[in-house]
Design a protein around this ligand. Sequence first.
Ligand code: GLN
Ligand code: ZN
Length: 757
Amino acid sequence: MKTSIIGYPRIGRLRELKFASEKYFRSEISAADLEQTAKEIRLYNLELQKKSGLDYIPSNDFSFYDGVLDTAFLLNAVPERYTALGLSTLDTYFAAARGYQGEKGDVKALAMKKWYNTNYHYMVPEIDDSTVIKLAGSKPFELFKEALESGVVTKPVVIGAYTFLKLARYTGKKRAVDFVEAAAAAYSEMLNRFSELGAEWVQFDEPSLVMDMTDEDIKLFDALYEKILADKQDVKVLVQTYFGDVRDCYNDICELDFDGVGLDFTEGKKTLDLIKADGFPKGKALFAGVVNGKNIWRNNYADTVSVINEIKKHAENIVLNTSCSLLHVPCALSNEVKLPESYKKHFAFAEEKLEELAQLRTILSSHSPNETAEYKDNAALHSEPRIGSDSAVKERTTALTDRDFIRLPSFEEREKIQKARFKLPLFPTTTIGSFPQTADVKAARTALRKGELSAEDYEKFISKKIADCVALQEEIGLDVLVHGEFERNDMVEYFGECLDGFIFTDKAWVQSYGTRCVKPPVVWGDILRNKPITVKWSTYAQSLTSKPMKGMLTGPVTILNWSFPREDISLKESALQIALAIREEVLDLEANGISIIQVDEAALREKLPLRRSDWKEDYLDWAIPAFRLVHSGVRPETQIHTHMCYSEFADIIKDIDDMDADVITFEASRSDLTILDVLKNNNFRTEVGPGVYDIHSPRIPSKAEIQETIRKMTERIPVSKLWINPDCGLKTRGTEETVPSLKNLVAAAKEARYENS
Ligand code: GLN
Ligand code: ZN
């Protein structure tokens, strides 16, 4: 049995590529310096993979920014606005990735989108009627040759034709089908080039095959590959799927002339069933994704061996593989010097996953797998009682009844009670929570961490920031105030640090997009809140004003979605545990006089399953109840807000209403307010603050502009339900743009009140 991986993190063990790229962007190093760093990262990864004994080592999984963008350049699908700048190839590439503003012109970047159900983002290729798809780039060939010089015949990895055409945005009349001939010709030529260079296998990544596919999609896939594979020379082609199962096109995949098929046995709920029901074609290699490429827990060898034994009944040639690219996990556990071994031994980052594949190969090649040392050690590890498991927490989640998920009285009654209590004007104004995290705030946090500032002085500093922030909001004339969130570095990390059950890494970075990386906390054990988290700051802020002060919390689904989740209990179970912890905080805030509490669910939509048919059962049926559990215990006169960082919820609009918050704020300003029609057509019940200006840009919106936006909103939303606020938190903005923007917002709301009274 052989081993393979789909791809490897390219940002570098200590984010070397990030730092070099950022230096290059600031013109502090040359293109040659950047290329050199990139090469060092690639060769380091190559050596590591070679040493681990990996049989199929990938190449071209490296990227300066994003693999989809690389493919667009490879296929000549680069909008003219970038090539017209007349920059070097590398700079044209970065212009498409990040936008360009300089002496040669001013162009925005390509759009960026979430990569399936991960926290990685890809650049959306743009194709217009004049786009001529053809093999234009040489990067995959150069990287193949580079590895060859180090003595490794790699398996080049390219985003497949189907996925590429599905992900592209078509700005003219032509659609994907109109590019079949050209794309197929480019991919065929690519195969021939690889064959000439001496490649044995080429991997085409086709994650779009795990999405719901229409008949047209299947036709497109068939048409492309019938052509691409028609005159392939002596190079073998692996079609690699991941992030789910290929239930809609399994037969097509089997019938096409692929030499290898990569299937995901980790996230693909039905993958094994497909093979059991329909068999697996003789003579093809099955690349079985059994090592999770998305999470950081040690593989359970007993489970994997039993899956492989099942697969063996149907396939002769099995290659042990990761479930997806290792891009989605951190590089090396050895970077974690502070984390005790008792935790670390349960984790496998990218480097350790290479080792797992090698061990699994040893185990599975043995006549008695269960007797191998590797198997036994692993079994012992997995049988250890979990540290951090707490029977009291389990009892609390099992004791939950339907009543715990229902807030009484009904929304309509609460709305009346709250209107009477708060007596807010029409179009109440508020913000999403954070105020600019200015240099002094960051410096104070760093000083505290380094021990240069005492805890006491840090608290004094934060108190002063809060007092200034409250005074500023009063001066601006906002109706519902916030404390500003100066004590938080990050909306998930802050709560994770204050709850039992989470652990944090030092250097376990994962690429989110381009040079941006995130360091997700790990849900290690059962979640428990053993002391109030925000009560002190919120009550202090409330003491400074007679206006309502919003308490500010992060919701359970967002906390979970931005962490590495446990695998020994379900996501639902973890979400309920976190929800119970946040619920205690909500009740504590209420008991301490906080009358409005916002529970942010910025990432609620993020883990929505890829297939619509799985939405309810696999996700919404526990995610929405988890949110309801957080606030079902508050009194009718306490107002619950929530916030979401996007407005693409047309397709889950009922579920959002079902969260039963009193008010929701979200980001509608960037999406041309199209969501407003959806709200109207669905009789959206929750009061809404659709966000009257875009905080992601430094522009200051004028009063007239905001008035116009409010006017459009009032055409679709009953005035009694409309809130006026920016579209997200202000932490990334400067004070100089925030203050005038908010002043214009308040002035516009006042005008709107006048017009509507
Ligand atoms: N309350 C948070 C803030 O204002 C919300 C951030 C977010 O939506 N990502 O920063
Ligand atoms: Zn937001």
